[in-house]
Design a protein around this ligand. Structure first.
Ligand code: GLU
Length: 310
């Protein structure tokens, strides 16, 4: 890849209102995999002359680790990845999610569901489908036409109603190209508010991306198959859809995705440039050999990124 390394940085193209974001869940500190997503979203924003935001996705308190939010912000700062606005915390934004759910209820696009996990499995068995271990089964739609005496637990998106059965979503990923998913077959009427009262990621992420004016989402490839659900929710709520780019995952020796749940070690930031170089190389960017300081190396990668993803 040729990145005009010896010429001064060309001015960033006009932003056209570009807003990007990095949205970590504070379930632990950043690891080598999350740095790839953070760096890619920062580079994309800088390459477009846009703004870059950080949103702490702490809507699932049992999974959050005390102090991880501040730790993540320190890690980003050590890597020279500084947000253009003060970060926001999802735990402070319940009213926005409540408002969106209310909007869907009013449009009859959300319904109460009284099913437990066991009920859902029983329904699948009744339909002659053997549940596979570790495979998420689409919701069979049991409560679509009422609770039938059950107590309301969660709120679900009335996907079948909204799509009138045409639930194949076609979309374009800026790295992966043309994508499609039949959302009814793969997930069914998905949850908006969980039985424990917590907001579902799908609803919160769509509401926040829209309210923050996010135009470009750059995040890890493990989230690719969530995108069709988010596109449908955006349509249902009358929100603009951002463009999406999903970055390659960092895998462990056994092929498993590097993740906090699998004990990925926190980034070693005694040498931030080395950590960033590994992330850049994972993104297919050249080694910033001639740049021995963080700021220069980041500018070099911005120029490289512009060649690849503009
Ligand atoms: N909070 C999510 C995570 O850490 C990312 C959400 C997103 O980028 O849409 O996996």
């Amino acid at each position: 890849m040729h990145c005009d390394d010896n010429t001064p940085s060309s001015p960033a193209p006009a932003s056209g209102g570009y807003v990007g974001r990095f949205a970590p869940s504070p379930t632990g500190l950043l690891h080598a995999g999350s740095l790839v997503a953070a760096l890619a979203s920062w580079l994309d924003a800088r390459a477009h002359g846009g703004r870059w935001l950080v949103r702490i996705e702490d809507i699932d308190p049992p999974r959050c680790q005390t102090g991880a939010d501040a730790g993540i912000l320190r890690q980003l700062a050590a890597c020279g990845l500084l947000p253009d606005e003060a970060p926001v915390w999802q735990s402070q934004r319940h009213t926005h999610y409540e408002h969106a759910l209310q909007q869907l209820k009013t449009a009859q696009l959300a319904y109460a569901c009284g099913c437990t996990r066991k009920d859902i499995e029983a329904e699948w068995t009744r339909m002659g489908l053997v549940p596979e271990r570790h495979v998420e089964r689409p919701y069979p739609g049991t409560c679509r036409r009422g609770l039938h005496g059950k107590t309301a637990r969660a709120w679900r998106f009335a996907l079948a109603r909204f799509t009138e059965g045409q639930s194949v979503v076609h979309w374009h990923d800026r790295r992966l190209g043309a994508q499609q998913q039949d959302v009814i077959c793969s997930v069914g009427d998905f949850v908006l508010r969980r039985a424990d009262g917590l907001w579902a990621y799908q609803l919160a992420v769509v509401v926040d991306d829209a309210l923050q004016g996010v135009t470009h989402v750059v995040r890890g490839e493990d989230l690719t198959d969530n995108t069709p659900r988010q596109l449908l929710l955006q349509q249902a709520l009358g929100l603009a859809a951002p463009l999406y780019l999903h970055t390659p995952l960092v895998r462990m020796a056994d092929g498993e995705k590097l993740s906090k749940q699998h004990g990925a070690p926190a980034l070693d930031l005694s040498d931030p440039l080395a950590a960033l170089s590994a992330a850049a190389s994972h993104l297919g960017l050249p080694h910033a050999a001639a740049h021995d300081n963080l700021a220069d190396a980041l500018q070099f990668w911005v120029r490289c990124w512009r060649h690849t993803y503009n």
